[in-house]
Write a protein of this length. Structure first.
Length: 337
C-alpha cells in the first residue's frame, strides 16, 4: 500500500503546507520533512492521528459489514501512500443491502447520523481531534473540522448525478490487508482510478496533486494490463474525454517535476497521441489544483450523455432543483460557502 519515494528532506513552510492541504496531500508533504522537525510540529501529529483514525474506521466498518453479509467496497479513500482524507467512502454494491448497512452503522457503532442525500447517508465520527488555531493557520478546509466523516453510498454519485455506473465495476474488487492486520474490500486499480477520474472531472471539476500521485503510482508500478484495462473501462463508461484530460495533467505535472517522461511512461501512455496540448487555463507556470476549463468540461459532459444511467440521473437531478426541500437544503448550505 505504501509508495516509496526518494525525496530530499524539506523545511516546513506555512504556504507550502496550505498548498498541500488544497491539493489533499497534507500528510505526504509533512512526511517529507526532516524527522526531527516534523516530530515537533503539532500539525504533523494531527494529520497522523486522523490517518490512523481513518484506518480504525475502515477496520470497524469493514468487519461489521462482513458480519452482516453486506456487499460493500471502500472507495476513493485508500491510496498507495498514507494520507489524511476528509472522509471514508463506502459503496454498497447490492442495492438490497443498502438499508441493512445503514441500520448496522446506526445500531452497532458510535457514529453519529449527520445528513441524508439521494444516494448517500453521512455519519460523523464520535471521536474528536483538535488542532489549535495557531497550528492550523486558520485553515478551514476538510481537515480542520476535527472529526472524520463516513459516507455510505448506494451509487457512485454527486447528489443525484451518477457519474460512474457501479454495475460496470462489480467484478473489479479485491481484498487487501490493512496495517492493523484487518481486511477490507476495495476496487482494483483500474476501477479505483476510473472513479477518481469521474469524481475529479464531473463532481469537483478540478485536478490536484493527490490525483497526480495516485495515477502516477499505478502507471509506474501496476502490471502491464493496467492502462489497457483503464482505457477499456473509460470507453465503456463514456469517460474517455475525462481520462485524456486527467492523463494530460498527470504527464504535464510529471514533466514539470522531472524534466522529461521516463521510457515506461511514454510506452504505457502511447495510446494517446493527442495528450500533449495544455488544457485551457493551465500553463507550466501555474500550480495545482487545476480547474477544468469550460470547453473541456462541456466535452466531458457531452460524451457522458451517451451513458443511459447518467442521462436518467441527470433528469432526476434537474427535477430535484424543483423540489422544495432540496432547494431549502441547498440554500442553507450556500450560506456557509
Amino acid at each position: 500500500m505504501v509508495m516509496k519515494r526518494d525525496v530530499k528532506h524539506l523545511t516546513f513552510s506555512k504556504d507550502t503546507y496550505l498548498l498541500a492541504c488544497k491539493n489533499k496531500i497534507p500528510l505526504t508533504y509533512l512526511e517529507s520533512l526532516d524527522h526531527q522537525e516534523k516530530g515537533s510540529l503539532e500539525v504533523y501529529h494531527y494529520h497522523r492521528q486522523r490517518y490512523q483514525r481513518t484506518l480504525e474506521i475502515i477496520d470497524e466498518v469493514s468487519e461489521l459489514l462482513e458480519e452482516k453479509d453486506v456487499d460493500y467496497v471502500v472507495f476513493k479513500t485508500l491510496g498507495p501512500y498514507p494520507e489524511d482524507v476528509a472522509d471514508v467512502d463506502v459503496l454498497i454494491l447490492n442495492a438490497g443491502h443498502y438499508l441493512d448497512a445503514i441500520r448496522a452503522i446506526k445500531d452497532d457503532t458510535k457514529m453519529e447520523f449527520i445528513d441524508k442525500g439521494p444516494h448517500c447517508i453521512t455519519f460523523r465520527d464520535s471521536k474528536p481531534m483538535h488542532l489549535s488555531k495557531d497550528a492550523c493557520y486558520e485553515f478551514r478546509g476538510p481537515y480542520g473540522c476535527g472529526r472524520l466523516m463516513l459516507d455510505i453510498y448506494n451509487e457512485i454519485a454527486a447528489n443525484r448525478l451518477i457519474y460512474v455506473n457501479k454495475h460496470n465495476l462489480r467484478s473489479l474488487t479485491k481484498v487487501i490487508k490493512l496495517p492493523s492486520g484487518c481486511e477490507a474490500r476495495v476496487f482494483k486499480p483500474e476501477a479505483d482510478i476510473l472513479i477518481r477520474i469521474g469524481h475529479s472531472a464531473i463532481k469537483e471539476q478540478s485536478y490536484n496533486l493527490a490525483d497526480y500521485l495516485v495515477l502516477l503510482y499505478q502507471l509506474i508500478n501496476a502490471d502491464e494490463n493496467f492502462f489497457t484495462n483503464l482505457v477499456s473501462l473509460a470507453r465503456r463508461n463514456k469517460l474517455m474525454t475525462a481520462l485524456k484530460w486527467y492523463l494530460n495533467l498527470t504527464l504535464l505535472t510529471y514533466r514539470i517535476a522531472e524534466g522529461r517522461l521516463t521510457v515506461r511512461l511514454r510506452d504505457v501512455t502511447s495510446i494517446f497521441r493527442d495528450t500533449w496540448n495544455l488544457p485551457q487555463g493551465v500553463s507550466k507556470a501555474s500550480a495545482p489544483p487545476y480547474r477544468c476549463d469550460t470547453k473541456t468540461f462541456m466535452s466531458i459532459f457531452r460524451e457522458k450523455l451517451q451513458d443511459k444511467v447518467f442521462r436518467k440521473s441527470l433528469v432526476d437531478q434537474l427535477a430535484g432543483f424543483m423540489d422544495r426541500d432540496f432547494m431549502l437544503k441547498l440554500l442553507a448550505r450556500s450560506r456557509h460557502l
